[in-house]
Design a protein around this ligand. Structure first.
Ligand SMILES: C[S@@+](CC[C@H](N)C(=O)[O-])C[C@H]1O[C@@H](n2cnc3c(N)ncnc32)[C@H](O)[C@@H]1O
Length: 252
């Protein structure tokens, strides 16, 4: 996924996660014969289709028929229809749907915030992965959500969210929870996976003026460079909109 000049902010938001994921899958492909990817809550294929363009076979599990229809169209337009399979279902049902130890890689991006039971969803990921496989987990950071509300002048909302134990603002908030990096790491370890690499993503992407990205192509490159640099420094993860962790299921 190179910089998408048509959608510069999306490109900036996804650049670091994409680089880390692409490298992890290339590394895996060099070690094992086949890399099958399962994208849980993969939606319309923002990651699944570019992964298929790299030659990976990707199954997307998502409860939304509309998202799966859009995924199918997107895969066809990209000429990757044979590599992308959409399956309607829930993160809770992953093992039931595809079996245990069925894939070498799992992508679970921006989904743990909305599932019924994140412990159960992570346990499914640990079971569906083959030993030696890798999971890419991306979840919303509770601190950044509070900061964003303050920046938008929504101070009462910010106070409410800051005090919420689950990191959700409750009614009207599309997310049932948000995480700190420690909470996310504990969830992942609790599923028997071993975190290999963690970083913050969208440290600056959501606070840089949107208009700047539309009028100045150099700003897109500069912001992506800033995102890469901030991802290298754990101190910036506190401010990041997203928390990204690569975790391994250790070989037997
Ligand atoms: C914010 S979107 C993320 C899409 C994609 N993973 C990404 O990062 O671009 C959340 C996705 O999770 C799906 N979803 C919602 N509840 C789910 C559940 N219980 N299990 C699996 N996916 C779910 C939604 O349909 C939607 O496609």
């Amino acid at each position: 996924m190179s910089v998408d000049r048509g959608r510069p902010r999306t490109a900036v938001r996804t650049a670091v996660v994409w680089e880390v994921l692409r490298e992890a899958l290339a590394d895996l492909a060099a070690r094992v014969e086949v890399v099958r990817v399962l994208d849980i809550g993969g939606g319309t294929g923002g990651f699944a289709v570019p992964l298929a363009e790299l030659g990976f076979s990707v199954t997307v599990i998502d409860p939304s028929p509309d998202a799966l229809a859009a995924l199918e169209r997107r895969a066809a337009e990209a000429g990757t229809a044979t590599l992308v399979t959409g399956v309607q279902g829930d993160a809770d049902q992953v093992v039931e749907l595809v079996g245990a130890e069925a894939v070498e890689a799992v992508v679970c991006h921006n989904v743990l915030e909305v599932v019924e039971d994140p412990d159960h969803a992570l346990a499914q990921i640990g079971t569906v992965l083959r030993p030696g496989g890798v999971a890419s987990i991306l979840a919303a950071n509770r601190v950044a959500a509070v900061v964003a509300r303050v920046a938008a002048g929504r101070l009462a909302d910010a106070r409410h969210l800051l005090a919420a134990a689950d990191g959700s603002a409750g009614e009207g908030d599309p997310l049932a929870r948000r995480f700190s990096m420690d909470e996310l790491m504990d969830l992942i370890s609790g599923a028997g996976l071993v975190p290999r690499h963690s970083h913050g993503v969208r440290v600056f992407a959501d606070i840089a003026p949107a208009a700047l990205l539309d009028i100045d192509p150099q700003a897109v490159d500069d912001l992506i460079a800033l995102e890469h640099a901030a991802a290298e420094d754990p101190a910036y993860a506190t401010l990041a909109t997203g928390l990204h962790v690569l975790a391994d299921r250790l070989p037997r």
